[in-house]
Design a protein around this ligand. Structure first.
Ligand code: GDP
Length: 290
């Protein structure tokens, strides 16, 4: 689902999260492990105020494991607890309640010293649309919950979902918006399938994707499509990127009359295979350059 974010929506989304913050002990900020920067809300620090926060890198099954490790180190260095999960299979999701407790260890220790039995940690998942919030909530809950209200402005009664005995989760996530003003962010979100193709032109997205793949995963690109071409040296030269898209199209039989390559078809193939993980595990943003 793609939400059109107008200033009014942003204000409402922000207010909804801030209302929920009063109910919770910690926020779980969910990012896409392939694009931890582009899947991040630009105002997240301001919105979450000083609520203890854990960063969860989702869709890590699709991301480059070495890059994911580097991101975890980076976020820990910045003082956040951080874990990478695959909510589609549940890998490492079970560690989230333990980390949540760790985040609150001082408060819990204080309560224990006063003889108070600490209650379960209350958490809210926040993230941009399509980052995997509903999937993660269902995984943590251990059952399928119809998650509605997944739009700013739609409210409904909130319920707590028990996650074992140590954690309780609000059943409606907090929806944040991405940094749309930056066109690179828009393209990276489109590449990973977080925003629909109707918004951006498919050939433009594939052009951008091919350029990123040439610069970061050239060998993978060559192997997957079996192309026998020289690696472009100047990625600012768009005809060089198009040359690679055409080579891919030719290899896959995307031809139109006159022997020319059908770029739209070839674009579709590049994007589909990349999103399906056919090019292996890819990360488009490195912690080292951030
Ligand atoms: P939401 O809008 O943030 O609630 O996102 P959803 O939970 O609806 O997930 C968006 C898409 O990402 C769905 O197609 C999910 O199946 C997929 N998805 C979510 N988490 C993961 C994950 O960890 N790994 C993979 N491969 N796909 C995921």
């Amino acid at each position: 689902m793609t939400i059109q974010w107008f200033p009014g929506h942003m204000t409402r989304a922000r207010r909804q999260i801030q209302d929920k913050l009063k109910l919770i002990d910690i926020a779980v900020e969910l990012l896409d492990a392939r694009i931890p920067l582009s899947s991040r809300n630009p105002m997240v620090d301001e919105i979450l105020l000083n609520k203890p926060r854990m960063i969860v890198l989702g869709k890590s099954d699709l991301a480059d494991p070495r890059e994911t490790e580097a991101w975890i180190e980076r976020f820990k260095y910045e003082g956040h607890e951080c874990i990478a999960v695959d909510a589609s299979t549940g890998t490492r999701v079970g560690e989230i309640p333990g980390l949540a407790k760790k985040l609150l260890h001082e408060k819990i220790a204080k309560q224990l010293s006063k003889g108070i039995n600490p209650r379960a940690v209350r958490a809210l998942i926040v993230g941009i649309p399509n980052v995997g919030k509903s999937t993660l909530i269902n995984r943590l809950a251990g059952r399928n919950i119809a998650i509605t209200g997944d739009r700013p402005g739609v409210t409904k009664g909130q319920q707590w979902i028990k996650v074992g005995t140590e954690m309780e989760l609000l059943d409606t996530p907090g929806i944040l918006w991405p940094k749309f003003e930056d066109p690179i962010v828009g393209y990276r979100l489109a590449m990973t399938g977080a925003i629909r193709e109707q918004i951006l032109n498919i050939e433009d997205i594939a052009f951008f994707a091919t350029r990123e793949l040439i610069s970061r995963y050239w060998d993978t690109l060559v192997d997957r499509f079996g192309i026998d071409v020289e690696r472009p040296t100047d990625l600012e030269d768009s005809s060089e990127v198009v040359r690679i898209m055409e080579a891919i199209g030719r290899k896959r039989g995307c031809l139109i009359s006159g022997g020319n390559v059908d770029l739209e078809k070839s674009s579709g193939i590049i994007l589909r295979e990349m999103r399906a993980g056919k090019l292996g595990r890819l990360t488009l943003e490195s912690a080292s350059t951030y």
